[in-house]
Design a protein around this ligand. Structure first.
Ligand SMILES: C[S@@+](CC[C@H](N)C(=O)[O-])C[C@H]1O[C@@H](n2cnc3c(N)ncnc32)[C@H](O)[C@@H]1O
Length: 266
């Protein structure tokens, strides 16, 4: 055995060399962590939402200090931090622990650590029922997986998504900030979409105005209003959170849905 090989064997057999050989390479200190666009994520890679789109999403959701905003897959924390700067309480749910720490540092830099918080968690195992606004930039199939849970949230909860849709549940509002729209967003992923969780209102309601029978598909309503003299098909039926509106027999009706009960005010 050559003297060099022997020297290496002796070196790795010393207690210190052995423990070093067993350890994974030391991770970079958290404060130097720099994410790269397109890096792996559990179910979706990280791509940040352009700031103009973040602003638009929060505008469309009409975020105020009364809101509790949750960003599902919160990346570097920009949406949560922007919501907190508007006075809302906001929570980012992010699977990558380095991104969680980075977000916390970003929130501290912006002076909003108290209102902008972050947890390392899987969005599929997270209870978001307390949120009044949910923001996301995930993928169409993930949105679809989340959809049943979203539709069971409190009526009026606002959902805003960067670019990706929710299958046949059409958005209540869409804003294209890219070249096809008003051009403020010069990157990819420039469309903001808003949905408002509709109250469940399908079925028959006996009202002073008549018997209202509604068929509900998400926020869209069809059906009839039966009065003493006739049965009229309703048109333009919609439910926006707890507000209901439709047209029947040349009249516009408006009202509220509370715990499934309809009350027409107009
Ligand atoms: C496209 S990025 C969006 C980041 C941020 N919401 C934004 O708009 O800038 C998606 C993020 O979701 C995270 N992610 C992927 N799968 C996840 C999961 N199952 N639970 C929590 N976060 C997840 C990724 O690590 C990534 O940061």
């Amino acid at each position: 055995m050559s003297r060099l090989v022997l020297a290496l064997l002796l070196a790795v057999s010393s207690p210190l060399a052995f423990t070093q050989a067993q350890k994974a390479p030391a991770p970079a200190p958290a404060t130097t962590y720099e994410p790269s666009v397109g890096q792996e994520g559990k179910d979706v890679v990280w791509v940040p939402t352009p700031q103009v789109v973040v602003d638009k999403m929060l505008d469309m959701a009409k975020v105020t200090s009364e809101d509790f905003v949750m960003d599902l897959g919160s990346g570097d924390g920009r949406t949560v931090i922007t919501a907190a700067k508007r006075g809302a309480r906001a929570l980012g749910v992010e699977f990558n622990p380095n991104m969680v720490e980075l977000s916390k540092r970003n929130a501290a830099k912006e002076g909003v650590s108290e209102r902008a918080q972050f947890v390392k968690a899987d969005l599929f195992e997270t209870d978001f029922s307390k949120a009044t606004v949910i923001t996301m930039f995930l993928l169409p199939d993930i949105n679809l997986k989340l959809r049943p849970k979203i539709l069971n949230l409190k009526p009026g909860t606002r959902i805003v998504s960067n670019t990706f849709t929710m299958g046949d549940w059409k958005a209540d509002e869409t804003a294209d900030l890219g070249a096809g729209g008003n051009g403020n967003c010069n990157e990819s992923w420039c469309t903001a979409l808003l949905w408002i969780v509709p109250a469940k209102v399908g079925g028959t309601h006996k009202l002073p105005q008549g018997e209202l029978t509604l068929k509900q598909e998400y926020q869209m309503l069809s059906g009839t209003l039966r009065t003493e003299s006739k049965t009229i098909a309703i048109a333009n039926g919609r439910v926006r959170g707890e507000e209901i509106s439709f047209r029947a027999g040349g009249r516009d009706y408006r009202g509220r849905v509370t715990n499934g009960k309809v009350e027409l005010t107009k």
